[in-house]
Design a protein around this ligand. Structure first.
Ligand code: SAH
Length: 239
């Protein structure tokens, strides 16, 4: 069932009221999976009060220390942002991305990731996203309250799910955990070859992650990439 394969992840939410309101928001749109990465205050009476009919969702929310752990079994990771980012992660209007979310959610997990109230998603978080989406707003002010952003995005995904037929199969994309291991392996080999400067590794790895995230690799493709990396390492390991 598509709705059950969609996970809403709040990264470091600081206001418990927003956590409760987000639980309610996703519940009203037929979703049930909420994850929290390092919430500042959780559990908290205010989140309980604000969750209303979404209390079950709040009580069953999974809590993680890192975003990597939260997306470990997700095949498609969609970040949400209020502002334009000067990076190479594709950015779409939310309604443009819902068909892809639907197709993947038929048989694989999709994560929709929301940033902290004050700062939004960090660059490291964005480096783990296949795509970014935004809610179109007025030109002067684009930043919605966190729980309201969750509501609008959950509404849009739910709305689009009505019109789409379930017999669209989707190739099996690699999980967040497989991608994380691939990036570690890639970084290790690039350090060994000297292509990656250990004093300034960030920019290159960010660009490479954006490249591979955009490609939405499946299991086989990740295995091929890992095989290529290992084939480089093997003769050198023997020396
Ligand atoms: N000052 C932050 C805004 C944080 S709002 C910034 O400029 O990025 C908290 C979160 O709500 C954001 O990280 C994002 O996940 C979501 N959000 C707020 N406005 C949004 C919009 N217009 N489109 C998509 N997500 C939005």
């Amino acid at each position: 069932m598509s709705h059950d394969n969609v996970e809403f992840i709040l990264v470091e939410p600081s206001h418990p009221g927003n956590v409760g309101a987000a639980a309610r928001a996703i519940g009203t749109m037929g979703f049930k999976n909420l994850s929290l990465v390092k919430p500042t205050k959780h559990p908290h009476p205010e989140s309980r009060a604000r969750s209303s009919g979404g209390l079950d969702i709040l009580l069953n929310a999974k809590v993680f220390e890192t975003l990597d752990e939260a997306i470990a079994d997700s095949s498609l990771v969609i970040g949400t942002t209020a502002r334009e980012r000067r990076i190479s992660v594709p950015i779409d209007l939310i309604h443009e991305s819902t068909e892809g979310i639907f197709k993947t959610s038929l048989n694989q997990k999709v994560s929709i990731v929301f940033g902290p109230e004050t700062s939004g998603l960090s660059n490291d978080d964005i480096d783990r996203c296949n795509r970014l989406v935004y809610i179109p707003t007025g030109e002067m002010y684009s930043s919605l309250n966190l729980a309201m952003a969750v509501q609008v995005i959950a509404y849009q995904i739910n709305l689009s799910f009505f019109g789409l037929s379930e017999d669209q199969s989707q190739r099996e994309l690699a999980s967040g955990k497989e991608m994380e291991l691939f990036y570690e392996h890639l970084e290790e080999v690039l350090l060994q070859t000297g292509f990656l400067n250990p004093n300034n590794p960030k920019q290159l790895m960010r660009r490479l992650k954006a490249l591979f995230n955009r490609a939405e690799l499946d299991d086989n493709e990740v295995n091929i990439m890992r095989g290529i990396l290992t084939s480089y390492q093997k003769p050198r390991l023997k020396q």
